[in-house]
Design a protein. Structure first.
Length: 458
């Protein structure tokens, strides 16, 4: 009887501790990692580093000098040596350490063994990044950071740089318009495409940038951001009037750049430029970001009469995509599908959109439209996105690199509030003034009457 009571006294707290750990791991993976997962994984890494590297084929034969020294001092068998390991740096989501590769090794060798390293050290994922010749960084992620997105504190924003989502390696996915001028974003209904767009708009709204919107769904997506938009078109007819204005603005900027390029004797090299970023600050035009929501609405026509207008709009969009970067005009094209079946010019326009973001889609063909021409293996990752995880997407670019990302939740009301608070930052562009929406005052913005009205029943 005493043995049972002793067992209950010891087993009860242990069971409670195990249950608490399981609950914390499921509901609060970040807390579990910091308290339990981090010490265990660190101990595994330190205790099995050499044997794991040897099992993964990442060891090499030691140099002759080292072999002779080992035999002379220890009389042990000379074994292959693993890559030299740097200091282990713990983070809130995992571990980081650098490896100095042995002669004859390359980063691809380590990347090929990432899945084995993940299982050996008990972490969620292992990512390999090339730091410099001969050195790679291992980034160990302790749990699924995309299940509950928390953006890192240092996300790396700046002018025309918006931290819009979290990558699966716990790094921020930054939309950099200077590096990637134009982007195509695809996604089915309720896939999180609108959430991605909200983060872009609110991030740019706080910067000295002109925002222009084309939303042919009567403005239901972009109209809440109208206080911060310099222009908004809510149907194809208005879009057909707005796009030529943007093309003329682009041409005027090229004239400004050309005038600045007047090379005379004594002109300094830094004054010779081919885009607006080489102009002096007081002469540089403000950057313009054009958001096109539901691009298919600009291509689809109901009558023969609308085809000419459609062709003109598509031609203007292609011109903006081809020439807009140097003039500081950037495109953000969104839709559910985007392919050759939309009509003439669709494939040509897509070829100009360097960045690609594909949310959950309804068929494999839609994923191929976004990613098939740049990273075929990313198509399968996009098709595997579950409906229960809105905001999850696959981001890639024409270099062939891609990664999974997920956008944190941002309500439409909060996004609209940011645009109202930053409405004063909207730059003054006279050419776009006719297209700026008249924003009605809210009840809280209307001043109280000076005289209290008197009811006629009193």
């Amino acid at each position: 009887m005493s043995d049972w009571s002793t067992l209950l006294e010891v087993g009860g707290p242990l069971a409670a501790l195990g249950g608490g750990a399981a609950y914390t791991r499921a509901r609060h993976p970040g807390v579990y990692w910091s308290t339990v997962g981090l010490p265990i994984s660190t101990a595994r890494l330190l205790g099995s580093y050499g044997s794991v590297m040897e099992a993964c084929g990442l060891t090499v034969q030691p140099s002759r000098l080292r072999a002779v020294a080992v035999k002379a001092t220890t009389r042990r068998e000379v074994r292959p040596v693993p890559p030299r390991r740097g200091i282990i740096r713990p983070t809130s989501t995992g571990l980081r350490l650098r490896l100095r590769l042995a002669p004859g090794q390359e980063p691809a060798d380590v990347a090929a063994s990432a899945e084995r390293l993940r299982h050996a050290w008990g972490v969620h994922a292992v990512y390999v990044r090339d730091v410099k010749p001969g050195v790679v960084e291992l980034r160990l992620v302790g749990f699924d950071v995309l299940s509950n997105v928390r953006m890192p504190r240092k996300a790396g924003g700046g002018l025309l740089k918006v931290p819009v989502a979290l990558r699966e390696d716990a790094m921020a996915f930054v939309r950099d318009y200077r590096t990637m001028p134009h982007q195509l974003t695809l996604g089915a209904t309720l896939s999180g495409k609108s959430m991605y767009l909200r983060h872009l708009v609110t991030g740019l709204a706080q910067q000295p940038v002109a925002l222009v919107g084309i939303d042919c769904k009567r403005g239901v997506e972009l109209a809440p951001f109208a206080p911060r938009l310099s222009a908004l078109a809510t149907d194809p007819r208005q879009a057909a009037e707005l796009l030529p204005v943007l093309v003329r603005e682009m041409e005027d900027r090229y004239d400004l750049i050309k005038a600045r390029q007047g090379i005379v004797p004594g002109t300094r090299d830094e004054e010779i430029t081919s885009d607006i970023w080489g102009l002096p600050d007081d002469e540089r035009p403000v950057p313009v970001v054009l958001f096109v929501d539901e691009i298919a609405e600009l291509f689809l026509v109901a009558t023969k009469k609308d085809e000419e207008r459609r062709d003109e709009m598509v031609t203007q969009l292609i011109r903006l995509a081809q020439l807009g970067r140097a003039a500081g005009i950037y495109l953000e094209v969104c839709g559910q599908r985007f392919g050759a079946e939309l009509g003439k010019g669709a494939t040509m326009l897509r070829a100009q959109l360097t960045g690609r973001v594909c949310h959950r889609v309804n068929d494999e063909a839609s994923a191929k439209m976004a990613l098939g021409d740049i990273a075929p293996e990313a198509v399968f990752a996009a098709c595997a996105i579950a409906p229960e995880r809105p905001g999850l997407a696959v981001a890639g670019d024409t270099s062939g690199g891609w990664s999974r990302i997920r956008t944190p939740f941002l309500s439409l009301a909060d996004a609209a509030a940011v645009c109202r608070e930053t409405a004063h930052l909207a730059p003054d562009l006279p050419a776009l003034a006719p297209f700026r929406s008249a924003v009605p005052l809210r009840a809280s913005d209307v001043p109280a009457p000076l005289v209290k009205p008197v009811s006629i029943t009193e």
